[in-house]
Design a binder for this molecule. Structure first.
Ligand code: NAP
Length: 550
């Protein structure tokens, strides 16, 4: 990996370690990803007794598990960073515009060690259940490692894209080769040299992994069910001057991010509709953004995600680029998406379409000829059999609800969260759910989360939860719980706002369509971060309106 100078100093660590899980904690945090790390930092600084439990053997959350070849950030690293500490912002230096998974892990570890957080995290410890004890007004959290914690607050920092969509193919056990999940990649890596490799999926994970595996493998077959759009990242090392400039201008960048629907200060948001521009203007604008690379392409015009005709202009531009890049016209055609641009999250790549020009890469359309089963020597589709030594499943996640529903969470009267959410998640602001007092879900369903730079959404939620806990403490109350009406209205609002976007109609993980049997509900809040922040602030200003504080 690329490691440039990163850290030069250590600062602010003013709390003592005093955690014994036989005592009642103020807060138990599940997960040591970016959300859990910052939540821990904030609550320790309030002087609370806090414990984090983490399934992995290290911090980083989804970045810890997703160490597949080519894994890197698709939000620019200089803003895929915590903003809460001026010192941290100046101290840490990213090496590339989009950093590798390994460098992101280094950053997460740097933050944890800089602020002295590691002693409060118990690794290799998976939350199995969290039950609310109404008499004691405490949460009782049990782990797979046999621990039992009691805590006043139960904070779920379990991540939005962390519960892996595991393969359910018939015959998986009969496959004689090796197989791997991008979302649970082995630490020791995988040797692809000379091997016949198959990768199932063409979402962000596969789009990042494909060019890298193609370089290492003897032969790579990409099994594509639905073609998606990918924009070149134009990743490159960051120059010293650029880094200094960004570091000097962070306050302005965060101010812009706060006003941005997607919480990104770097992305220039278009100010008019695509159809208000002439074809020549559009061509120029899309070309400028294609040349710059990254997610800014989708923000060229205000109506790309709300107007079919506007969307078509951007979609056509990308399809023309695919035809330009991919030499074989049949492969180019199969790679050309038929879906609306952005309805499945757009991918950001480094040489994805170019990889199909290699002699050792083939594309198989399993949309028209589906995978029937795995067999001893590979994959059988309705069209034939593909002989493979290694299969990589890049099939995504049970997004937003999967990690929460994987834990047996029970609130008042033993109500199970997964039963309550059987017809889709019901939350108030994505932060809390009625019947589950003193439980918070960081970037939970019903909040902007995955529709924003998630670091901004995480920081917003953690700050809000910290203020809320401070309020409860100061008001000498002991419980806070979303009320039914507020939750009902918010859940409906999340659905109503989503209906105005083109994303609503498409089969994607945004609506749970990638998981067989999952209720189709639009999961994140699509009203934009500024509107959402205002709503959260308004709730606080009105004395936690919509919550019952007792
Ligand atoms: P994904 O976008 O859900 O893609 C999963 C892929 O697997 C899709 O192409 C899907 O096809 C295919 N698939 C699923 N089940 C299949 C089956 N039974 N047969 C054939 N194909 C099947 O998952 P992902 O690529 O892991 O990305 C998920 C999200 O994680 C991204 O959208 C992004 O938000 C995040 N992510 C971010 C980064 C980053 O750089 N920051 C990197 C990776 C992921 P269909 O489309 O037909 O369902």
């Amino acid at each position: 990996m690329t490691t440039s100078a990163h850290s030069t100093s250590t600062f602010t660590t003013a709390h003592s370690k005093d955690n014994n899980h036989s005592d009642t904690l103020d807060a138990l945090i599940v997960g040591a990803g970016f959300a859990g790390i910052y939540m821990l930092y904030k609550l320790l600084n309030l002087g609370l007794k806090v414990q984090v439990i983490e399934e992995g053997s290290g911090v980083g959350g989804t970045w810890y598990w997703n160490r597949y070849p080519g894994a890197r950030c698709d939000v620019e690293s200089m803003e895929y960073s915590y903003s809460f500490s001026k010192e941290l912002l100046q101290d840490w230096t990213w090496s590339h515009r989009y950093s590798t998974q390994a460098e992101i892990m280094e950053y997460a570890n740097h933050v944890v060690d800089t602020f002295g957080l590691r002693p409060y995290i118990k690794f290799n410890t998976k939350a199995r259940s969290a039950h609310y004890d109404e008499a004691r007004k405490e949460w009782e959290i049990k782990t797979d490692a046999g621990d039992l914690y009691r805590a006043h607050y139960n904070i779920m920092a379990t991540g939005t894209l962390s519960s892996v969509n595991r393969p359910r193919f018939e015959g998986l056990d009969s496959f004689k080769g090796e197989w791997y999940l991008t979302g649970r990649w082995p630490k020791e890596g995988v040797d692809f040299s000379g091997k016949r490799v198959g990768i199932i999926g063409t979402g962000s994970s596969a789009v990042q992994a494909t060019p890298v595996i193609a370089e290492q493998a003897g032969h790579l077959t990409v099994f594509q069910r639905t073609a998606n759009y990918s924009i070149p990242a134009r990743n490159e090392p960051l120059g010293a001057e650029e880094i200094d400039d960004i570091k000097a201008n962070y306050p302005g960048i965060w101010a812009r991010a706060t006003k941005s629907r997607v919480g990104m200060g770097f992305i220039e948001l278009g100010t008019k509709g695509a159809l208000e521009a002439t074809p020549e203007e559009r061509e120029l604008e899309f070309s400028k953004r294609w040349a710059k690379g990254g997610a800014g392409f989708g923000a060229a015009y205000t109506d790309i995600l709300s107007n079919e005709a506007a969307n078509e202009t951007a979609a056509e531009y990308v399809k023309a680029k695919i035809r330009e890049i991919v030499r074989d016209p049949i492969t180019a055609k199969i790679l050309s998406p038929e879906i609306t641009l952005g309805c499945k999250r757009m991918c950001i790549d480094s040489g994805y379409y170019e990889a199909f020009n290699r002699d050792n890469v083939d594309l198989v359309d399993v949309g028209s000829a589906p995978i029937q089963r795995l067999v001893a020597d590979g994959i059988q589709t309705t069209d034939g059999e593909y002989q493979l030594d290694i299969i990589v499943f890049a099939m995504g996640f049970d997004a937003l609800t999967g990690a929460l529903n994987a834990i047996d969470i029970r609130g008042r009267s033993g109500m199970a969260l997964r039963d309550k959410w059987a017809d889709g998640p019901r939350t108030y602001l994505g932060l809390a759910s009625e019947g589950f007092p003193n439980m918070f879900t960081i970037t939970g369903p019903g909040s902007p989360s995955v529709l924003s730079n998630v670091l901004r959404s995480i920081e917003h939620h953690v700050d809000w939860i910290t203020d809320c806990i401070t309020f409860i403490k100061n008001s000498e109350c002991s419980e806070i719980e979303a009320n039914f009406t507020a939750e009902d209205e918010w859940t409906q609002h999340v659905e109503d706002v989503a209906k105005d976007t083109l994303r609503y109609k498409c089969d994607s993980w945004y609506v749970g369509a990638n998981i067989p049997g999952k209720k189709r509900v639009f999961l994140p809040y699509s009203g934009g971060l500024p509107v959402y922040r205002e709503k959260c602030q308004d709730v606080v200003s009105k004395g936690y309106e919509g919550f019952v504080v007792s």
